[in-house]
Every structure is written in C-alpha cells, then in structure tokens.
Design a protein around this ligand. Structure first.
Ligand code: URA
Length: 209
C-alpha cells in the first residue's frame, strides 16, 4: 500500500495559505507554488542514498558524504504540473524532465494520453510525477500508467493539495507509488474541485480562464 506523507512544515503551510487565497494574483501565485515545490523537494529527497568520499578540509583529512549518483527525473502532468518543475530543479538541478499530457475524453470522461516524452534509462531512473492538485486521481493514475508502460519501476507522486478520493485512487491502482502532499483537504465538490482547495491550479498559474 502506498504511503502518504503530508508535509506540515510551517513554511509550507504558511505559503499554502496564500496560494489558496483567491486574492493572490498570478505572479505571486506562481512564485509561491515554485517556493513550495522547492521546500517539498527538500523533504522528498530525505531518503536519497549517500556514499562516503575522502576529502581534505583546510585542517585535516576527512571522510564525508555525497549523493551516490542516483538518476532522477521530474515529470509534470501538463499543464499545471509545469508550475512545480523549476522549484524542484532548484534543489536537484541535474534531474531530467519528462512530460505527460492527458486530455479528458468527452464521452467516457476518462483521461487519455496525448503526449509522453521521457528521458532515457527509464528502468533505472527514479521518477517524481508532479501535479499541484490530486482530485479524482484519474490523471495521476493514467500518468503513472504511462510511465510504467514505458518501463518505469520507481515512481513517487507529489502534489500541493489532495482530496481523499485521489489518494485512494492512487493507492488502489498503484500501491507501490508513495504520495507526497502539502495538504489533505476535505473532499471534491460536484464539479470535481477540491474543497477548500485553491480553484483551478492551471488557470491560476497561467492567468487563464
Ligand atoms: N484541478 C484543479 O486545478 N483544481 C481542483 O480543485 C481540482 C482539479
């Protein structure tokens, strides 16, 4: 069963409040999402493997730690996921970036893949799929399917706000994928919006309607 980690760090919670506020404009919204993505990247990389190396400080020889060269990729779900990429790259600048695009079929209402581009060595890479909102979970489940179909074996899912329905959907379909969130909200409304949520993340990031 996937584990769910809620990052309740005070800085993340503080910034999330202003992200949720409807009076926060596009520029500030984008900056805050970027900052929270960086803070979440700090937490999500806590289990990254390290190895010993020998160095010399100005006063002595020492054995100290460096990251042991794990291959990472960030995969935003288009389009709102793009808002979290730069924030993660600030802490993990060597990570590759893939993309998954999905549209909702007007008849089945199910997400359908229209674009997937991933870095090489899919099987050896650790993937962090990012999307600000985990609502019904339909897109997240399908995006993870897209990665697994192409050979990905090690996947994490990271979002700002999740609804319980979305968390359950990932846990049902992808019990091997852990979920990292800044807040677990109450529920979805009849239009599929998370309550209290933040509205439409894509529109608020890009200033569209
Ligand atoms: N997508 C959003 O952007 N907002 C929601 O509340 C749900 C899905």
């Amino acid at each position: 069963m996937s584990k769910v980690y809620v990052f309740d760090h005070p800085l993340i919670q503080h910034k999330l409040t202003y992200i949720r506020d409807k009076n926060t404009g596009t520029k500030e919204f984008r900056e805050l999402v970027d900052e929270v993505a960086t803070l979440m990247a700090f937490e999500i990389t806590r289990d990254m493997p390290v190895e010993d190396i020998e160095i010399e400080t100005p006063v002595t020889k020492a054995t100290t730690k460096v990251l042991s060269g794990k291959k990472l990729a960030i995969v935003p779900i288009l389009r709102a996921g793009i808002g979290m990429v730069d924030g993660v790259l600030k802490l993990i600048p060597a990570a590759k970036v893939g993309h998954v695009g999905l549209y909702r079929d007007p008849e089945t209402l199910k997400p359908v893949e229209y674009y997937v581009k991933l870095p090489a060595d899919v099987e050896e890479r650790e993937f962090i799929v990012v999307d600000p909102m985990l609502a019904t979970g339909g897109s997240a489940v399908e995006a993870i399917n897209s990665l697994k179909t192409r050979g990905a074996k090690n996947i994490k899912f990271m979002c700002l706000i999740a609804a319980p329905e979305g968390v359950e959907a990932i846990q049902q379909s992808h019990p091997d994928v852990d979920i990292y969130i800044a807040a677990l909200d109450e529920r979805l409304n009849d239009h599929g919006y998370i309550i209290p949520g933040l509205g439409d993340a894509g529109d608020r990031l890009f200033g569209t309607k």
